[in-house]
Design a protein around this ligand. Structure first.
Ligand code: 0WD
Length: 251
């Protein structure tokens, strides 16, 4: 099994539709031991966690003390870890519609804080718990490099996130620690439904993508597994598109 003996933390499982859940299932299937860092309904997360023998711990990534406490728990439970999955994003709903230039200072701050800075802070707090040659994966979207109507400030946050991936890869590369992002095509999840016009985006992809379909959360899960395993030991600081061949098309 690819992840036999490996331990790690997954951020961003909200429910069974979450991309982080598909990633967690793939990791578990390959033998990984997981702590789910969650925000929200403990009972719902506990039910999912039991399916993959995972432990759970609450963590609001907008709070430094929550991240510190989480890694104290991780240290107690696991000692050292081998992987981190960051699958978190948030922006106030009003910022995910209409014109980008109408974004308020506060919405900009919140979106960048929760969707991009959280990765930086998580990695910093995790530094002393990460084994050499461990791996980090985060989730991004094409709106970082293209103007996607309604995605707005989230696209700007994803640009900051993707750039952070490169700087983190450089900072931790000396220890063999890798950091990569997966840029997924649209998948029906709770977060996605918060984006105005998401369904028209979802319907547009099969018309233009080379594979003539949308990508599934399970496919993203398999790519995350690859990026967190020794199979990808030569890859770091990259953004890997898992979008059924949408991004690379000219028209
Ligand atoms: O089409 C999609 N679904 C795509 C999603 C395409 C490409 C990328 N992504 C990205 C998202 O931007 C995000 O970074 O994938 C990541 C995961 O998103 P998801 O699986 O689509 O959405 P969801 O199941 O809602 O998980 C995101 C979770 C939150 O869920 P809710 O619905 O409660 O906002 O991020 C977590 C939370 O569990 N989250 C937080 N966790 C800790 N602290 C916080 C926070 N402050 N805010 C949100």
């Amino acid at each position: 099994m690819l992840m036999e003996g490996k331990k790690g933390v997954v951020f961003g499982v909200a429910n069974k539709w979450s991309i982080a859940w598909a990633i967690s299932k793939a990791l578990h299937r390959e033998g990984a031991q997981i702590i789910l860092a969650y925000l929200g309904d403990e009972e719902k997360i506990k039910e999912l966690a039991d399916e993959i023998n995972a432990k759970i711990y609450p963590c609001d990534v907008s709070k430094d003390e929550d991240i510190t406490k989480l890694f104290e728990f991780v240290g107690k439970e696991f000692g050292k870890i081998d992987f981190i999955v960051h699958s978190i994003a948030f922006a106030p709903k009003e910022a995910l519609q209409g014109r980008y230039i109408d974004t308020s200072r506060e919405a900009f701050r919140i979106a960048l804080d929760i969707s991009a800075y959280s990765l930086v802070k998580i990695v910093k707090e995790a530094e002393n718990y990460l084994n050499d040659n461990s791996a980090i994966v985060t989730m991004t979207y094409l709106g970082s490099v293209r103007a996607v109507p309604n995605y707005n400030v989230m696209g700007v946050a994803k640009a900051a996130l993707e750039s952070s991936v490169r700087y983190i890869a450089y900072d931790l590369g000396q220890r063999g620690i890798r950091c990569n992002a997966i840029s997924a095509g649209p998948i029906k999840t709770l977060a996605a439904r918060g984006i105005s016009g998401f369904m028209s985006m979802y319907e547009e992809y099969p018309k233009r993508a080379a594979l003539r379909r949308n990508v599934t959360a399970e496919e993203v899960g398999e790519t995350a597994l690859f990026l967190l395993s020794h199979m990808s030991s030569g890859i770091t600081g990259e953004v890997i598109y898992v979008d059924a061949g949408y991004e690379m098309m000219g028209m």
